[in-house]
Ligand binder design. Structure first.
Ligand SMILES: [Zn+2]
Length: 244
């Protein structure tokens, strides 16, 4: 089921003081054939790799041994961790970024994540996207990624709150702590954000990243009614899951 046909030299030792706890999902973001992706990961000068990549036909290729630190995340942060490459397994799905993911790719992805969660004791809520950990720098796996399908398989956190109310008239008293409350929820989820109580440019970028994952029908960086409802729900789900 997993091919070892191609290997990448682009890895080093994991920092063993950090537990392996995340699975990071990516898309390749290029239209070229999958063989070009393989050549890119095989090339030392590219200095990039991943543990696994999934082709259009659903075949899973292993490029770097899970025991090693692959180079897929770059500058990143999640919930207090900044060396995400040391603490994660990186999975690339071959997708240009402006096409739908294929069912067969998602089936392979679910199969792969389930066995990785089991073998490495990775928690369902620690399966996240590159855009979550590299805000303003990365947008993959993108707004078409089917997080809802994964959540039905017990992977990731998903909100069933209504996602279509784009009204900016937040149905509660706006007070001077409005931004602070939202920033605190985003930080609790895991995003790289400081509590400034100001709607600054970085806060807008974090809200965009949040929407890309949890409210992809409209990504504008502003808090509207459904963004706020989903933010409260997702933040509560993370809190409950982590204390369990
Ligand atoms: Zn990526």
């Amino acid at each position: 089921m997993i091919s070892h046909k191609y290997k990448s030299p682009n890895f080093n030792e994991r920092d063993t003081s950090l537990p392996l706890k995340y699975i990071i999902i990516h898309y390749t973001g290029v239209k070229s054939p999958f063989s070009d992706i393989c050549k890119w990961f095989e090339k030392p000068s590219s200095a990039v790799s991943c543990h696994y990549a999934i082709d259009y036909d659903g075949t899973i290729y292993s490029f770097v041994d899970v025991q090693q630190r692959a180079w897929h995340a770059g500058k990143s942060y999640w919930n207090g961790d900044s060396d995400i490459n040391s603490a994660s397994i990186g999975i690339e799905i071959h997708n240009s970024g402006d096409e739908d993911f294929l069912n067969i790719q998602i089936e392979s992805l679910i199969y792969l994540i389930k066995f990785l969660m089991r073998d490495y004791n990775i928690k369902y809520y620690d399966v996240i996207g590159h855009s979550d950990i590299s805000v303003s720098r990365k947008i993959d796996p993108g707004k078409s990624f089917p997080w809802q399908i994964l959540s039905k398989e017990g992977i990731g956190i998903f909100s069933n709150q209504d996602s279509k109310n784009y009204s900016k008239q937040i149905n509660k008293e706006r007070n001077q702590f409005f931004n602070e409350i939202n920033q605190k929820m985003l930080k609790k989820i895991g995003f790289d954000i400081n509590i400034t109580n100001k709607f600054d440019n970085h806060t807008k970028q974090v809200i965009e990243a949040f929407q890309r994952h949890w409210r992809p029908s409209k990504i504008d960086g502003f808090i509207d009614v459904s963004t706020e409802d989903i933010l409260i729900d997702v933040s509560n789900q993370f809190n409950m899951a982590r204390v369990r």
